[in-house]
Design a protein around this ligand. Structure first.
Ligand code: F6R
Length: 608
């Protein structure tokens, strides 16, 4: 996720900004840059790579100035490169902008500006913001008005810091759907994406609210609401230590990322729903999917579980056969590629060795490949024919959480759209599905607020010798992912199986040391799962059911029931995984582990 800093005071801004940017490194980034105001000029320096590379670039020059803005970029539009790094500047190179977020209508704005002879330098959505401000400013509007008029035209999300050569006494900041915090110092003021970037200067902060704009001067800050009215807000005193601040106050990155999911789901969904229709700006959906006779999906680990969910989803909505394979299996089994196969690879990092090998094999066999990944500029993103990005922001904890749910969101969008294209669902059903998907982020938010229940349950169950997850269809796929989460970070022996397989072997392992977690969201199969739970209880196992809010059936069958907000049965994986993630997290904590860095595991498996 991009990091923003802004400073105005008495110190050399270059050093303040570089130090603050380092405090935002935990957010993940692929390039960095600064813009410094001094005597009617704005000097921009930026580079692909680490802050170290930017420092290297700056080493032989002295950029004077006590005001400026800085940025660490996590690429979303355009690969990581010097030119795509922020700050981005307007046509006159006198207005510099740093941005965190996604401008959904940037292509339309770009065309509008190009029609007015504006020439673009980068592939970023951010550049339209710089040009729009510049455009309005050159029309004779003051800087503030130019910014306000620009904001009115932006659809999507943003946190912005703006520096203009003609206004060396101020920095402007604005936010919508992305965080910004103002730090109030003595004879200096700052703005940043997060508290850690401010702590070296002040502990007095003001959280900017939705739609607000701030003008920072050295000796005071003006705060305006979206109507342009001045508002007054008392600062808060922050007493977090720097480490807690990096995790947004959460004890671990994993917990933060579990909580990030409501926003990540919304960020991934929103740009792809336009005028009640699912649209992919990234590629021509009909051209890619129109002739598909079969879908082949390959991935590793958690991403493979997303593929398992997708199999059910594509078959359900689009009635198309789907083959799912673990990438390390696919690459060595001499697979049969067929003409008109639609090949999808899924990878958070975009660097997993087996997934890359599977993709290369598919391409060699003549398939066009669609990659779903979280990392712009990754090898997978570069080599695939088409890419759909999950907009989860960087995932830092080793165990994947928000990458998984955003992969699911992309896959559901594809499945529902394909169902419509193949006339397997009608218009009414299509629109109803979109509405249900739109509700998922707020339902996830609601579900996350019940985490205390799960924490208490984990504190009673964390010592179980074995935990078995079971479910049918979509719930089977989520059982697989739940068992992986638990084993990865709590080191508890956990397995998942299709509930119908219970009698074919796994029941031999069930005893009084076993916890059985049944995921039960497929209403048509409730009776069957009830029987499966009874069979395990009869052998002394404790049981937990994860099912729908308002469903009473399981209360008399299981020892404990967690509920999730009701959506249609086929979308349940987007929600049912959340309690399982939290359960894994709290079991890990109870066992004294560090859930962010589980033993023997790496975030990105770049070798076989
Ligand atoms: C599980 C986990 C791993 C990854 C797997 C694939 O929590 O993180 O199983 O899902 O290594 O990684 P990507 O998605 O980067 O290809």
């Amino acid at each position: 996720m991009c990091g923003i800093t802004g400073y105005i005071g008495r110190e050399e801004a270059v050093f303040v900004l570089l130090d603050s940017l380092k405090k935002l490194e935990y957010r993940g980034y692929d390039s960095a840059g600064i813009a410094i105001l001094h005597e009617g000029t704005v000097t921009v320096r930026k580079t692909k790579g680490q802050i170290r590379a930017l420092e290297e670039k700056l080493k032989n020059e002295r950029i004077r100035g006590t005001a400026g803005i800085g940025h660490t970029r996590w690429a979303t539009h355009g690969e990581p490169s010097d030119v795509n790094s922020h700050p981005q500047t307007g046509a006159s190179d006198r207005i510099a902008v740093v941005h965190n977020g996604i401008i959904e209508n940037y292509l339309r704005l770009k065309e509008w500006l190009q029609a007015r002879e504006v020439v673009f330098k980068s592939e970023t959505d951010t550049e339209v913001i710089a040009h729009l401000i510049d455009y309005y400013y050159r029309q004779g509007q003051g800087l503030l008005k130019a910014v306000q008029n620009t904001l009115k035209r932006l659809e999507g999300s943003y946190a912005l810091a703006i520096a203009a050569a003609d206004y060396p006494d101020r920095i402007i900041a604005a936010r919508k759907d992305n965080p910004l915090v103002i730090g109030l110092g003595k004879d200096e003021n700052l703005v940043a994406s997060d508290i850690p970037a401010l702590l070296a200067h002040t502990r007095e902060v003001i959280y900017m609210e939705e739609g607000e704009l701030a003008v920072l001067y050295r000796d005071h800050v003006e705060l305006l609401n979206s109507q342009g009215d001045h508002i007054v807000r008392s600062p808060l005193h922050v007493d977090w230590d720097a480490e807690a601040a990096e995790k947004g106050g959460y004890a671990h990155f994993m917990l933060k990322e579990i909580h990030d999911q409501a926003k990540a789901l919304s960020d991934t969904l929103r740009p792809r729903i336009k005028a009640g229709d699912i649209t992919f700006d990234e590629f021509d959906f009909e051209e890619f999917c129109g002739n598909a006779r079969r879908i082949v999906i390959t991935a590793c680990g958690t991403a493979w579980h997303a593929a398992m969910v997708a199999k059910y989803a594509f078959e359900y909505f689009a009635r198309i056969p789907v083959e799912v394979d673990i990438a390390s299996e696919y690459r060595y089994r001499n697979p049969v590629a067929q003409e008109n196969d639609l090949f999808i690879v899924i990878s958070q990092s975009g660097e997993t060795a087996d997934t890359l090998a599977a993709m290369r094999l598919a391409k060699k066999g003549g398939n066009r490949v669609l990659a779903i990944t979280n990392v712009v500029g990754s090898t997978l993103a570069r080599e695939a024919d088409l890419v759909l990005f999950t907009l989860a922001g960087p995932e830092i904890a080793v165990a994947s959480t928000k990458a998984f749910t955003t992969q699911l969101m992309c896959l559901y969008l594809l499945a529902v759209k394909l169902g419509k294209l193949r006339s397997r669902i009608d218009d009414t059903e299509y629109r109803a599905c979109i509405e249900d998907l739109r509700r998922i982020p707020s339902q996830a938010e609601k579900l996350l607020s019940t985490q205390d229940l799960i924490q208490r349950f984990a504190s009673r169950q964390f010592n179980k010798h074995k935990v078995f997850f079971m479910g049918r269809q979509f719930d089977y796929a989520i059982s697989l992912e739940s068992a992986l989460k638990l084993k990865e970070i709590s080191y508890t022996h956990s397995e998942a199986f299709a509930a119908g397989e219970l009698k074919h072997g796994p029941i031999a392992l069930v005893d009084t040391h076993t916890l059985v977690v049944a995921i039960a969201t497929q209403t048509a199969l409730f009776d069957k799962i009830v029987s499966n739970i009874r069979e395990t209880s009869a052998r002394g196992a404790s049981s937990l059911v994860i099912s729908w809010e308002g469903e009473r059936l399981f209360e008399s069958v299981a020892d404990e029931v967690f509920t999730i907000p009701k959506t249609r049965d086929c979308f349940s994986p987007l929600l049912s995984i959340i309690p399982a993630q939290l359960f894994a997290y709290y079991c890990s904590i109870q066992r004294g582990n560090n859930p962010d860095k589980p033993r023997n595991l790496a975030k990105s498996v770049t070798v076989e």
